[in-house]
Design a protein around this ligand. Structure first.
Ligand code: HEC
Length: 119
């Protein structure tokens, strides 16, 4: 019985911390996504984002933009028509250490996540 209760509490906790279709783990600088339900291509894209998009800021910035639909620094809209421009903006930053293919993978992932978070 106790075991069942613990399981139920865990399920409830996970359900409330997830934003609709988006499974977010941790908060602040430790914020990241749970890619377990992503299709294989998006899992691969997430591996790129997880490594490449944390050089200058944490993943929180990207996740908050997707969750809220607003880019947190500029306050500009963050939707599927804007992701490519943000990707290119990041690519062009000094020492971004990214190539076009990696930015494309990141943009594809952000578009996928935006669709998922609308569900
Ligand atoms: C070379 C450093 C660097 C890398 C690498 C980088 N960023 Fe950024 N990012 C910044 C800086 C600096 C800002 C501050 C606002 C600006 O200049 O747009 C920023 C801002 C942002 C914002 C908020 C934009 C706004 O207008 O509020 C998002 C979202 C974002 N980055 C996502 C990403 C993603 C996704 C990647 C990987 C594809 C990435 N960043 C890689 C430096 C970087």
């Amino acid at each position: 019985m106790k075991k069942l209760l613990v399981t139920m509490l865990l399920v409830a906790a996970t359900a409330t911390s997830a934003h609709a279709g988006l499974k977010v783990i941790g908060r602040g600088d430790a914020m990241r996504l749970d890619p377990s339900s992503f299709p294989p291509t998006m899992k691969a894209n997430y591996e790129i984002v997880r490594v490449k998009c944390v050089k200058c800021h944490t993943l929180e910035r990207t996740i908050v933009a997707i969750q809220t639909g607003v880019a947190p620094i500029s306050g500009q809209p963050f939707d599927r028509s804007a992701t490519k421009a943000y990707g290119i903006k990041m690519l062009r930053k000094p020492d971004s250490n990214m190539n076009k293919a990696e930015v494309k993978a990141s943009v594809d992932l952000m578009n996928y996540l935006l669709s998922e978070s609308e569900k």
